[in-house]
Design a protein around this ligand. Sequence first.
Ligand code: MG
Length: 157
Amino acid sequence: MRIGQGFDVHAFGAGDHIVLGGVRIPHEQGVLAHSDGDVVIHALCDAIFGALALGDIGTHFPPTDERWRNADSRQFLRHAALLMAQRGFALGNADITVICEAPKVGPHAQAMREHLAADLECDIGRISIKATTTERLGFAGRREGIAAQACVLLERA
Ligand code: MG
């Protein structure tokens, strides 16, 4: 078995929606990002890359590369899934926590799980999405940005 963890942050900026777990969520702000700024998928990819000791998401998808401008982050996750399979591993489970004051994540958690399970080609029961605030403390508490952390367990396929 292998374990990995990932963490990602994006600052809020001008816009009217954010993307979390591949779900477009209406919001009073967008996020500043080269790609679509999906912190859930970025943290999850980093956890998978970490478990495989394959560097980080910036290694695989450099933010300087114009190919990834406004990119749908789900393609990053499908690439991580491919590398995982090529190395003989399958996802045991993934546990993800979104950290923000807003928007509310709960109403979208099931749709996010469905996207992640589809991209990782695994049972939805292996994917957990949770959310928390920071009790108005720090950058997340001041609504300056949004963060996510992810833990994964990989098993020999
Ligand atoms: Mg990111």
